[in-house]
Design a protein around this ligand. Structure first.
Ligand SMILES: [Zn+2]
Length: 362
């Protein structure tokens, strides 16, 4: 997720040869490679291991090729990252018993160099549950009460969430993770919904977009987190735009205007004004428009053209045209093409960022 954004590739630029169509076979080859063995530039992202797994497994699902993975092995890997309290009393000790992002966060050394049990991370827990949904794991086997009761420890009085129990920033990214976790577990006891809603509303800026925290600059990713969270929490209706003249808890016309202005002259979407177009914002911004019912106002042909300039001859997508692909931007390239109804791709549950097939138990 956001933690993998902004990574610089220390390699030469490849030859730049935009393709004329979405090349599913090349993308499957790319994902197969990532599934078997991540290339060495990802070593620095070991802390986000579960997030990288999410991109690969969900990527296969969007590309309608989930048969290429060993589901049992994936389930066992994901469950091995789960944090478990030693006893019931520990659920209320202030820590979060969700899922770890990696082995290194699972067993960090204490001050004496002794390995001790640490606790889970909201983003990793979102990824873990999403993967388990995708592979059809039986959610009645998940200890949701432990996850949700301890998750309440991460919510602050202003309604925001920290991702771990100590020493971390708090903003809309983790509000979204908490909302997605409650939604997937179908249990909202893990948060104070009213406080959460008010925090999100305080993040809408004067220009209509949402910032990561109240008073901060509007941003495509933050706007997605805000609107998707409100949708999951049941505060925003379907096809909201047609009801914009009626009362809504957010300023829909301003947000619509802000999002539409993010489509740049090259057809791609930028995350903020005066920034270059970037593959991942084709998802973050377009998804907001889709949730508002305003996606029909964008130039989808131009967006299609921009994304193809970011499609690599090795499979996958890059952040900017003509660069080497990375897993993060590849995944959001796939989600964007799914939203554009590319033939052969599975449809997306925009609010959760995975295909909507799990709703049907497929
Ligand atoms: Zn990006």
């Amino acid at each position: 997720m956001a933690a993998t954004e902004g990574e610089e590739e220390e390699v030469e630029s490849p030859r730049f040869a935009p393709m004329i169509s979405f090349d599913r076979d090349r993308h499957l080859t790319f994902l197969e490679m990532m599934y078997q063995l991540l290339p060495h530039p990802y070593q620095t992202q070991e802390i986000n291991h579960l997030t990288l797994v999410y991109f690969v497994i969900s990527g296969f699902h969007i590309l309608n090729a989930l048969e290429r993975i060993d589901k049992i092995a994936v389930v066992n890997l994901v469950l091995s990252f789960q944090a478990h309290p030693r006893n019931k009393d520990e659920i209320n000790n202030g820590q979060f018993y969700g899922f770890h992002g990696s082995r290194t966060s699972q067993f960090p050394p204490d001050d004496n160099g002794v390995l001790v049990h640490n606790c889970g991370h909201l983003a990793s827990t979102y990824c873990a549950l999403a993967i388990l949904k995708i592979v059809g794991y039986d959610f009645s086997r998940i200890e949701s009460e432990i996850i949700l009761t301890s998750m309440k420890n991460l919510q602050h009085p202003d309604g925001s969430f920290m991702p771990i129990h100590i020493g971390a920033e708090k903003d809309l990214r983790f509000v979204y993770c908490a909302a997605a976790i409650c939604s997937m577990l179908e249990d909202w006891s893990g948060m104070d919904k009213e406080k959460t809603k008010n925090y999100i509303l305080n993040c809408q800026s004067y220009d209509g977009g949402f910032g990561l925290i109240p008073g901060s600059e509007s941003h495509g990713g933050a706007s997605y987190c805000a609107v998707a969270s409100l949708r999951l929490m049941g505060y925003l209706e379907d096809n909201l735009l047609s009801k914009a003249t009626q009362s809504s808890i957010i300023d829909v016309p301003m947000l619509l205007d802000w999002c539409l202005q993010r489509q740049a002259g090259d057809g791609g979407f930028q995350g903020r004004p005066n920034k270059p177009s970037d593959t991942c914002y084709a998802f973050w911004v377009w998804a907001v428009l889709k949730m508002l019912g305003g996606h029909k106002f964008i130039d989808s042909k131009a967006l299609h053209g921009f994304l193809l300039t970011c499609q690599s001859e090795y499979g996958g997508f890059s952040k900017f045209p003509g660069e080497l692909p990375d897993l993060y931007h590849s995944y959001y390239g796939y989600t964007a093409f799914s939203m554009m109804e590319e033939p052969g791709l599975n449809p997306l549950c925009v609010e959760l960022g995975i295909t909507d097939l799990y709703l049907l138990g497929i």
